[in-house]
Design a protein around this ligand. Structure first.
Ligand code: HEC
Ligand code: HEC
Ligand code: HEC
Ligand code: HEC
Ligand code: HEC
Ligand code: HEC
Ligand code: HEC
Ligand code: HEC
Ligand code: HEC
Ligand code: HEC
Ligand code: HEC
Length: 422
């Protein structure tokens, strides 16, 4: 054991050992009095105190006094419990980890059920979070204190010390990678860090503080079927609309292909829902599950405009809604016969019932859907083939004349002639 200023410390230690030993003599049969904070700070209170490996073992008295534990009169040995009954200094070099669970049974039990505790139980080398990684050690503050590591606005950086750290992501085999950088750029991250919106979510609002689970664990707040409820804590009105709609209904019926909030919005890269990047993204997303609708949409006027990047024209959500989507047969649907004119009128103010008959998913390959279009398309195809066939034969005949040996084509070499004149 070494201290940078070892001489006075050894003196102090010896002195302390002597006094505590003396103090215990008269009541040898009673339990020894636990060491006080002052006993410990006699050695550890010095800012330059270091252990054998050169590691700092300093505990700054002011900092500890300002912490919630210092203020609540918690003793060093309440956490460093293996020193509670030993008044023998110097103490052993290796001590048991601080026991938080003695006093915080509920958070500790929740933590034990989560992924970080599970990883630590599975491997001693695990780099998964323990209490001190999220809360600190001697400077712990209430989560309501703006200086706390777990304060709402500070938490993304606290989780980010690991989930934004390439080395820990690799060692912890965290498949999703660096979510923190993504989160910081998202509408929620910006709302927290830029707008200072206290009502925007941090990591714990979607994952819990202690009982954090993997996304494929049915007990997780981010398990597929739990996602609408997690987002709905804040976006309640949207959750309700979604639940009543065709997708929420399909989810409730256990359909594995029903989209949830993050299918369309993503989890950590959520953007404001305006602008062409978002519209193109969500269009592609609808198309992965409704490929036929996307194909027919692409063939029509609205779709071709979007392919060219003119996002002012209609995309799926403009005609079907985003969360309150219903089958056409449902009167609540924006494309039901009761509402379709009103839907087209959003952009075509003069539209009438007959205008709304224009089929945005017209399929020229489908006779059943639209016989007129089908025959028109067939006629156009026939015309096209006819035109090509006629001119094809025509060109072929001309070509055969051109290669006939009796047609004399004099080779011209203007370059050679000019050069000889020079
Ligand atoms: C006589 C001086 C002295 C006193 C008094 C003392 N310590 Fe220490 N303590 C040390 C030294 C030196 C180390 C560094 C051990 C090493 O790493 O070599 C240390 C290390 C520690 C460690 C780190 C152990 C580890 O496993 O890494 C803890 C925790 C600790 N002390 C707590 C206490 C508490 C609590 C008290 C009061 C009950 C206390 N110490 C009193 C000198 C002291
Ligand atoms: C709220 C619980 C708590 C209290 C109270 C507490 N500690 Fe600690 N202490 C910890 C934790 C957590 C660690 C990190 C290592 C571990 O997990 O045991 C730690 C580590 C240490 C270390 C090792 C060096 C370091 O900083 O990692 C020393 C020395 C130490 N404590 C001394 C003290 C002294 C002296 C007091 C009283 C003034 C005290 N502790 C009070 C929780 C506590
Ligand atoms: C000290 C580093 C550390 C901190 C701090 C930390 N984590 Fe983790 N976390 C890990 C490691 C390592 C794993 C991988 C555990 C395993 O699977 O072995 C993990 C796993 C996870 C998982 C499951 C990921 C998966 O791939 O299955 C989630 C979700 C998670 N952490 C969320 C959080 C949140 C939210 C916070 C902040 C409130 C946080 N973590 C703070 C290290 C940390
Ligand atoms: C992954 C990060 C993380 C880990 C690990 C963690 N906590 Fe927390 N803890 C938090 C966050 C975030 C809050 C704030 C919760 C809130 O504001 O609702 C919190 C709040 C608390 C609170 C105060 C609120 C309450 O629920 O009573 C206590 C006490 C607490 N934690 C103790 C612990 C203990 C003990 C451990 C270890 C067994 C631990 N924490 C592990 C992140 C963590
Ligand atoms: C001896 C009992 C005891 C131990 C051991 C203990 N604490 Fe505490 N802790 C308290 C008391 C008492 C409070 C103050 C409670 C209050 O004011 O609501 C507190 C408060 C807290 C708070 C703030 C709670 C809030 O209201 O936001 C956190 C976080 C916390 N402790 C974390 C820890 C961690 C982490 C450990 C282990 C390193 C630990 N505690 C060990 C007794 C303890
Ligand atoms: C708005 C809600 C929300 C916020 C805020 C959020 N997450 Fe997530 N997170 C999710 C959802 C939902 C998933 C599951 C994604 C999926 O199903 O593809 C997830 C997945 C993860 C995973 C992978 C889990 C696994 O099992 O593979 C980690 C790790 C993670 N988040 C960490 C964080 C961290 C760290 C923060 C804070 C910087 C954070 N998240 C903020 C909703 C959120
Ligand atoms: C099928 C894809 C899809 C699903 C599932 C989905 N959304 Fe949306 N969301 C959209 C689209 C598209 C918009 C843009 C609406 C617009 O342009 O009018 C949007 C817009 C939003 C907006 C911005 C407000 C608005 O209407 O412009 C919020 C907030 C939102 N969604 C949250 C959620 C939540 C929470 C869930 C889950 C309960 C969810 N979304 C499920 C596609 C979806
Ligand atoms: C803790 C509350 C909270 C939770 C949980 C939450 N959000 Fe948000 N969300 C907000 C706030 C606040 C804003 C507004 C930010 C702004 O306008 O700057 C927002 C904005 C949004 C927007 C952008 C709206 C727009 O105007 O275009 C979308 C989309 C969104 N959230 C989707 C989600 C999804 C999906 C989830 C679940 C994975 C979710 N949110 C979870 C609070 C929350
Ligand atoms: C993850 C796959 C998925 C995504 C993404 C998705 N849907 Fe759906 N959609 C479904 C399922 C499943 C149904 C229910 C179909 C059923 O009941 O047969 C459905 C039903 C519908 C219906 C009613 C049609 C019917 O036959 O009942 C419409 C309209 C619809 N979706 C439009 C959209 C739009 C617009 C988007 C993009 C904003 C979208 N969907 C994104 C899976 C998806
Ligand atoms: C210009 C408005 C408009 C746009 C844009 C649009 N749709 Fe439609 N959609 C309709 C109308 C109108 C119908 C009903 C057609 C009919 O009579 O069968 C419909 C029908 C559907 C149906 C079948 C509904 C049912 O109940 O049978 C699905 C699924 C669908 N659309 C998905 C999409 C998807 C996915 C996109 C984007 C790629 C999209 N739509 C773009 C207007 C539109
Ligand atoms: C979000 C706005 C929007 C909605 C909703 C919308 N359209 Fe359009 N539509 C456009 C735009 C923009 C054009 C291109 C107009 C132009 O460039 O002259 C267009 C073009 C058309 C055209 C091509 C002929 C023309 O008028 O130039 C038809 C037909 C059409 N839409 C039918 C419909 C029908 C039917 C509906 C309702 C089911 C509908 N649209 C809903 C924006 C919309």
């Amino acid at each position: 054991m070494t201290f940078t200023s070892s001489v006075p410390f050894f003196l102090l230690a010896a002195c302390l050992t002597a006094t505590t030993a003396l103090a215990q003599k008269p009541a040898a049969s009673a339990a020894p009095k636990p060491p006080t904070n002052d006993d410990c700070l006699a050695c550890h209170g010095d800012a330059s105190a270091t252990g054998a490996s050169g590691r700092s073992v300093a505990v700054l008295p002011d900092k500890f006094a300002a912490s919630i534990h210092g203020q609540s009169g918690i003793a060093c040995v309440d956490c460093h419990a293996d020193l509670a009954r030993s008044a023998d200094f110097p103490h052993g070099e290796k001590l048991a980890p601080a026991a938080c669970s003695n006093c915080h049974a509920d958070p500790a039990a929740q933590y034990d059920a989560g992924v970080h505790a599970e990883a630590r139980r599975a491997s001693k080398q695990s780099v998964a979070a323990a209490c001190k990684d999220c809360h600190g050690t001697h400077e712990i503050r209430s989560s309501k204190d703006p200086d706390s590591l777990t304060y709402h606005l500070n938490l993304p950086a606290t989780c980010g010390r690991c989930h934004g750290n390439a080395d820990i992501i690799r060692r912890g085999r965290i498949a999703i990678g660096d979510v923190v950088a993504q989160f910081q750029d998202s509408i929620h991250g910006q709302a927290l860090s830029k707008s200072g919106l206290i009502v925007a979510p941090d990591c714990k609002d979607c994952h819990n503080a202690h009982d954090i689970r993997r996304k494929n664990d049915p007990g997780s707040k981010v398990f597929r079927t739990a996602v609408p409820g997690t987002c709905g804590k804040c976006h309640e009105g949207i959750q309700r609309r979604y639940q009543h709609g065709v997708h929420g209904d399909a989810l409730a019926k256990g359909r594995p292909d029903a989209p949830v909030c993050v299918t369309c919005h993503s989890a950590h890269q959520i953007q404001r829902t305006e602008g062409s990047t978002w519209k193109t993204h969500v269009l592609r997303e609808c198309g992965t599950c409704h490929p036929e609708s996307k194909r027919t949409f692409r063939d029509t006027f609205h779709g071709q405009e979007t392919q060219l990047g003119f996002m002012r024209v209609a995309t799926c959500a403009d005609c079907h809604g985003a969360h309150d989507i219903y089958p056409k047969s449902d009167a609540r649907s924006m494309v039901s016969s009761a509402r379709v004119v009103e839907t087209c009128r959003k952009c075509h103010p003069g539209s009438s019932a007959s205008f709304a008959k224009y089929d945005p998913h017209a399929d020229r390959h489908s006779h059943a859907r639209n016989p007129m279009l089908f025959y028109a398309a067939k006629f156009m195809e026939a015309l096209l083939i006819g035109v090509f066939a006629f001119f094809g034969v025509h060109t072929a005949l001309w070509a055969s004349r051109a290669v006939k040996p009796d047609v004399q084509v004099k080779p011209r070499r203007p370059d050679a002639g000019r050069r000889s004149q020079e």
